[in-house]
Design a protein around this ligand. Sequence first.
Ligand code: 13P
Ligand code: SF4
Length: 305
Amino acid sequence: MRVSELKSKIVEEAKKRDTVILAHTYQNPDIIDIANITGDSFFLSQKAKDLKEKRVIMCGVRFMAESVKILSPETEVVLPVPSATCLMAEQISPERVREFKKNNPDTAVVAYINTTAALKAECDVCVTSSSALKIVKALPNKDILFIPDKNLGSYVKKQIPEKNIILWDGYCPVHNKLTKEDIIELKKEHPEALFAVHPESPEEVLEHADMIGATSEIIKFAKSQSGKVIIGTEIGVVDYLSTHEENGERFIQLSREKLVCEDMKITTLNDVYRAVIGEQGESIELDEVLRKKALRSIDKMLELG
Ligand code: 13P
Ligand code: SF4
């Protein structure tokens, strides 16, 4: 089947089955084309809550499908490729968090949204990369354990020196590969360009940024500029901007070799097709007690943010 035929078939079959296709911006461009809703992970899980359709295909990694299920337990949430996982989301075990809390009852545990449902259930509050600063500031606790991303955690720590923030040694293996030389070299080629970067990147890279933010914030910032913008996040963002915006060539990818998330790219159109027709994929199931505990951490984030 030709790609265009396969795309039409997916759209047709999804419609027939009252199924909505959600895709994170880092997905392959062909999947972005056929998705009903695209965006960052928390945005997608919130959008899913308001759908009248009770079946969604979540094109992304496991924690994203879990987040949709936490917020919409009545919806069937299918992850097309069950092995698609965020390598940062499991870099600390729920048992370790439980033990830490037992020994440090006055320390708030703050978990980045890129964590498993089991970790969300153990923490006190979740944060997205865009809400982390506001939420950590709003917490009454002086002592905070920030899991799992040391880069996002150290960015927050630097901005809020009045708090004692303990960092976990986790990181995104994609963004963490960036070095200051990557941006210094590219800036020599494009000295007039602004630099927007994801806070999962190391501090030495963030130091060169004109803007630091989550996927959706980077897109918004890049669109709002008229000149060149160097983008320091997964290649899906530049692929999206260069095909959906006029003067697409003004968006410049920082290190196309390093900034590819294999787990985000593993899902193909064929996988989505087979998931839509019910021949492939995992329907996410969460223990109800765990789901409610995880939801509490997300609700707390919404309350504070
Ligand atoms: P966003 O929430 O910014 O989309 O981040 C998702 C992600 O996986 C970043 O690497
Ligand atoms: Fe996880 Fe990094 Fe991939 Fe995002 S880019 S899904 S944080 S491994």
